[in-house]
Design a protein around this ligand. Structure first.
Ligand SMILES: [Zn+2]
Length: 242
């Protein structure tokens, strides 16, 4: 089992599920929403070897956390994984777009300086801008576009740049999501939960439920589920061994 994008520190019962996540999932990428949260979470989660904590600054809260930008930049050399970062171009966050873009640009630039990072990226309503900045820093590492909701043209541009995609159980329930997924090469896909924000049947998706997407992938790709799972593990190994 694996989960490439979860807000593990934000579950109500985070401390209770930590050991379970660590034992069921052979790999979990716990993204954070601010660098201060990373410092704390990284300490608390240490000792759980199968859980990696990514350093982030969520685009929806850049106004409130703007004073943590320097801390974010200064911590990048210490963290192999970056996220959640990105740009949110939807109506509610238009006002902070200049700040969001500046922070994303500086972060990606710093990832390149640090020798490349695995980066979990939020790109709602902003795929073109996100890709434009990633293109400026070709050695910034491996971008994983999480919960992709862009157009088919956006998707093709991201595939051309070899972006990875982490997909969650909610995405596979929508027709648009399924259509997008069907166009992504198998070797670029990973499962994610995006819990506790992603809610299915009234309950947050749990990190050990991210792999439930394999059922839908097996239908989309018309291959047995075991084969889907082995592709996910192969993709993970390739990602971590880069
Ligand atoms: Zn998220």
């Amino acid at each position: 089992m694996m989960d490439l994008h979860t807000h593990l520190d934000l579950y109500k019962n985070a401390m209770d599920i930590l050991a379970k996540v660590n034992s069921i999932n052979s790999f979990t990428l716990a993204v954070t929403t601010s660098p201060r949260a990373w410092v704390i979470t990284n300490k608390v989660f240490s000792g759980y070897d199968n859980i990696k904590v990514a350093l982030g600054l969520h685009p929806e809260i850049v106004v409130e956390k703007f004073n943590e930008l320097d801390l974010l930049i200064s911590l990048i050399p210490q963290s192999d994984f970056i996220g959640e970062i990105g740009i949110d171009g939807s109506a509610g966050y238009v006002k902070s777009l200049p700040q969001q873009e500046m922070i994303f640009d500086r972060t990606i630039k710093e990832c390149q300086k640090a020798g490349g990072r695995i980066i979990s990226i939020h790109s709602r309503g902003s795929v073109a801008k996100v890709l434009e900045i990633l293109k400026k820093y070709p050695d910034s590492g491996i971008p994983i576009l999480h919960w992709f909701t862009g157009s088919i043209t956006d998707l093709q541009a991201a595939i051309d740049m070899q972006c990875r995609f982490s997909i969650n159980p909610l995405m596979v329930y929508s027709k648009k999501g399924k259509d997008l997924i069907s166009r992504i090469p198998k070797y670029l896909i990973f499962p994610e939960s995006d819990g506790p924000f992603a809610i299915l049947n009234g309950k947050p998706v749990m990190p050990w439920e991210a792999m439930d997407v394999c059922t839908s992938l097996s239908e989309i790709w018309v291959i047995p589920i075991d084969e889907v799972k082995s592709i996910m593990h192969k993709n993970l190994n390739a990602l971590l061994n880069k």
